[in-house]
Design a binder for this molecule. Structure first.
Ligand code: SF4
Length: 475
């Protein structure tokens, strides 16, 4: 599809909303207004007091125009204009309206912190961002819960992330740097060796600062892909190098049930891990096969019971709405399974078709759920979590999510995962180690990011460079 901008340069804003209507479409710049074919023209006019945001959309032989006017200049009006015309011309379903950013909760929180009442924030979501009332209320509820947690944030602290880029198999939708351990087992020990060096270097650097560590998250990948001895060695290394006396939370992803053993769970328990994740994604065996996960629902339930038996009672379970081939009934079955276990945390994700995933490469081979159906699943999960007494406490969105919908973390009150809130709300620096790690250094409203390489082999062979990159964090 061609895109032509006239009198402005807000290509990113226009493309963001256009992508929501035309996913997987490539937008090619046109210098002049195209004469035929599918195209978008986005124009800005100003008569000295009023801005006019004009969109011309040509699609499948039909051409429509829309104009939004305002006394102020704001790129959101380009989106409003596009959204209005696209909805009219091609239909579509975007409950978040023109809100295309990653953190709708952050917007609601900032508006409330600026002094807006809840009803003013809701009006802003409805009238300016064109969301549905339900999404506006969700954003406000998440923001209020976050504000409560953030009122206790430790200003002299940082959080730590450690990535373990190995998994038993690669899930259909995965876009992480994770590798199947079956083919990469020879890299595990060299990887840990390089990671230990990064841990030592970072710990030494941190000791020179006034900061202490508030939370740790070992993610990936699936850290429990390591053997119990390797896992124990890694956690003990962290205790040995970092001063963890003031730590409030230590989370480990035990995401894949097919990696979990009693020995590994005991290692986590003995090392005082305060929260783990065991992720079924779905409680339907047929879907687990489709998405390439090497375990059954029964194995998930057994792993969960084993963790509880080992004394690991603060458990998160991730589930996904909109997995290929799943109906609303299938998703309700997953909710029933989660309700029976009643974990302290449940994270409900929306299916996202990421470019680097197998799913994106073989898109046509799978039946992708409609945005309306996914939204019904999300609504059902909200109602179910509420009836289980859980609160939505963090929320985020990613690119290419079905219907531009959301991921929501629910928990029993008092079981909020601080790390998740800090990383989403960008209120505390995160020092990240391992492949694909992205450190975020928060200094007031300024955020600097420092990245490690994504590839395991590169990480091992270029570890000196990864250490030097850490210097940028502590400048
Ligand atoms: S468990 Fe997570 S990191 Fe591992 S392959 Fe699946 S989606 Fe990727």
């Amino acid at each position: 599809m061609k895109i032509c901008l006239v009198n402005h340069n807000e290509r990113y804003a226009v493309c963001e909303i256009a992508m929501a209507y035309f996913p997987r479409t490539k937008f090619e710049d046109a210098d002049t207004v195209p004469e035929c074919g599918d195209y978008v023209v986005s124009e800005l006019a100003y008569d000295g007091s009023i801005y006019s945001y004009i969109t011309i959309l040509s699609y499948n032989g039909e051409v429509r125009t829309n104009t939004v006017t305002s006394k102020e200049y704001n790129k959101t009006y380009f989106k409003q204009s596009f959204h209005t015309i696209a909805k009219e011309l091609i239909g579509g379903f975007l409950p978040w309206g023109v809100l295309t950013g990653i953190r709708p909760g952050k917007i609601a929180r900032e508006l409330m912190e600026q002094g807006m009442s809840e009803s003013q924030v809701k009006d802003k979501f409805l009238d300016f961002y064109l969301t549905t009332p339900k999404k506006a209320e969700l954003a406000i509820e998440v923001a209020k819960n976050e504000m409560q947690t953030l009122s206790n944030i430790d200003k002299d602290a940082v959080s730590l992330y450690v990535g373990i880029p190995f998994c038993p198999t690669r899930c259909l939708y995965c876009s992480f740097t994770s590798q199947s351990i079956k083919f990469t087992s020879k890299f595990v020990e060299p990887y840990l060796e390089a990671l230990y060096k990064e841990i030592e270097y970072t710990a030494a650097k941190l000791r020179e600062t006034p900061y202490h560590i508030e939370t740790i998250y070992i993610g990936g990948g699936t850290p429990t892909s390591l053997t119990h001895t390797q896992l124990d060695g890694l956690i003990k290394k962290m205790y040995a190098e970092f001063d963890l006396r003031r730590i409030k939370e230590f989370s480990v992803e035990a995401g894949r049930p097919d990696t979990i053993t009693r020995e590994k769970l005991q290692v986590l328990r003995e090392n005082n891990i305060s929260r783990i994740s065991i992720n079924p994604q779905t409680a339907n065996d047929k879907t687990l096969k489709v998405i390439g996960r090497n375990h059954t629902v029964k194995e998930f339930e057994e792993s969960y019971a084993l963790a509880m038996d080992c004394g690991l009672t603060n458990i998160n379970t991730d589930i996904i709405a909109g997995l290929p081939g799943e109906s609303v009934d299938d998703f309700m079955n997953t909710l029933d399974c989660i309700e029976r276990l009643n974990p302290t945390n449940v994270t409900v994700h929306t299916m996202s078709i990421k470019r680097s995933s197998f799913l994106a490469q073989e898109y046509d081979a799978y039946s992708v759920t409609s945005a309306e159906a996914v939204n019904s699943m999300l609504d059902a999960s909200y109602d179910r979590m509420k009836s289980m007494g859980k609160i939505p406490y963090y929320m985020y969105r990613q690119k290419n999510m079905l219907g531009n919908l959301e991921n929501v973390g629910y928990c029993d009150e008092g079981f909020e995962n601080l790390y998740n809130i800090y990383i989403m709300e960008e209120v505390q620096s995160i020092v990240a180690l391992g492949t694909g790690a992205s450190s975020k250094i928060v200094k007031g409203s300024e955020i600097n990011r420092v990245f490690n390489v994504k590839d395991v082999y590169e990480y091992i062979t270029r570890h000196d460079e990864m250490l030097k990159r850490k210097d940028q964090i502590f400048m």
